[in-house]
Design a protein. Structure first.
Length: 395
């Protein structure tokens, strides 16, 4: 067991901000107003390495620096290899672009019939509703867009997007993303969800958000009432490491679950952060403790300046192989690559199928043992079926 899997050891408190009034600390507006957004603010709390200083100096050219006070408390300020620190504090590696890296690694721009609406799959669309996040992940797939550090100047047109959905009856599934949709006001979210619910062919509304992780204070009773009103609203949160799972996040996911919001989790496989079996197993178990089903484990996209965070695909395959059979099936995410250029999500699995012939499929289980499953009934040596004699029914 990971040393902190017991909920009694999950972090809770104000940490570096102990002197702040509890009412302020629990306010998501206060958290946003007091984010760490500059190198100078960072250095009030932490001694940056030269690598981090170089990354911070470059951040406003690629992806802005922003960390909520709540999430900053999860950083080990004495450890440059802290898995939380490596996710949100820029490093010099962001300044180096490899030949195979792309500004738009999963090809969203080529499948936008209207600005901010990606229609790649036949029956679903991705609706980008904002370019802002509570904090910025240094491996962000949409770093070209979010925070506007690269002058993308994204201005979503909700009405254009809604009109496109209304006019395309094949769309039954709408995923709200961005940036982070939960940074919209309650009024805007209420309106947007209400308009989507009015469209007869929209059956499935999803939200992708890291707000519960970066800013659990945003999951207010008022927000949960909006989800109840327009539900079921499905939500995928984004947790990469067990240390991100705190008492505050537990409480936020409880509120969402009790509001009827089914929850899944999407993680990104990251070098030196979650690419070992013990860490990943602990993450998956903590998620289930919060009623959150592990959904996807993504191979890190080929976003510019991300080579230092990417893990070899072989390592991800070995992780899944090491987990299967050694933990409940509910906790196993699907390992995928979101294909460069717009091919969509492609599952990457260990080779459990050894061979398929006309007669059988040869399988290998989690222990490496071989098994055979017949594909055609064996007619030899069949015995005639015995006549069925029902036993007396006892009353």
């Amino acid at each position: 067991m990971y040393p902190q899997d017991n909920r009694e050891n999950w972090f809770k408190g104000q940490g570096h901000w102990e002197g702040v009034a509890e009412s302020d600390w629990k306010s998501w507006v206060w958290q946003l107003k007091n984010r760490i957004t500059t190198t100078e603010q960072l250095e009030e709390f932490i001694e940056l390495t030269p690598d981090e200083k170089a990354g911070c100096l470059f951040a406003n050219n690629k992806l802005a620096l922003a960390i909520t006070p709540y999430f900053f408390n999860l950083i080990d300020t004495e450890n440059p290899d802290c898995p939380i620190r490596k996710q949100v504090i820029p490093r010099k590696g962001e300044t180096t672009i490899s030949p195979d890296e792309l500004l738009d690694p999963v090809g969203e721009e080529n499948t936008m019939p209207v600005k901010g609406l990606v229609h790649r799959y036949p029956d679903r669309v991705l609706f980008l509703v904002t370019d802002r996040c509570a904090a910025y992940c240094r491996y962000c797939t949409r770093s070209r867009l979010v925070s506007n550090a690269q002058d993308y100047n994204f201005h979503p047109s909700y009405e254009e997007g809604l009109e496109y959905i209304r006019n395309h009856p094949e769309i039954r599934d709408v995923l709200l993303s961005g940036g982070d949709p939960l940074l919209l006001s309650d009024r805007k979210l209420d309106h947007l969800l209400g308009e989507l619910r009015k469209i007869p062919h929209v059956e499935f509304i999803r939200i992708g958000s890291r707000i519960p992780v970066f800013l659990p204070q945003r999951i207010t009773p008022q927000l949960c009432e909006i989800f109840k009103k327009h539900g079921p609203i499905w939500m995928s949160i984004h947790v990469n490491h067990p240390n991100e799972i705190t008492e505050e996040l537990y409480e936020a996911t409880e509120r969402l679950s009790f509001a009827g919001v089914p929850l899944g989790n999407q993680s990104v496989l990251l070098n030196g952060i979650n690419d070992d079996v013990d860490t990943m197993k602990s993450l998956l178990h903590r998620l289930l403790m919060m009623r959150v089903r592990p959904y996807y484990l993504y191979q890190c996209d080929l976003i510019t300046g991300s080579a230092h965070l990417r893990t070899p695909v072989e390592k991800g395959i070995e992780l899944i192989k090491a987990l299967r059979g050694h933990t409940t099936g509910y906790s196993l995410p699907q390992y995928v690559i979101d294909a460069p250029g717009g091919g969509g999500k492609i599952p990457i699995n260990p080779e459990y199928i050894q061979k398929i012939t006309e007669d059988e499929i040869v399988l290998r289980n989690f222990e490496g043992k071989e098994y055979r499953y017949p594909l055609k009934p064996n007619q030899q040596g069949l015995e005639p079926a015995r006549e069925f004699e029902p036993e007396a029914v006892l009353v």
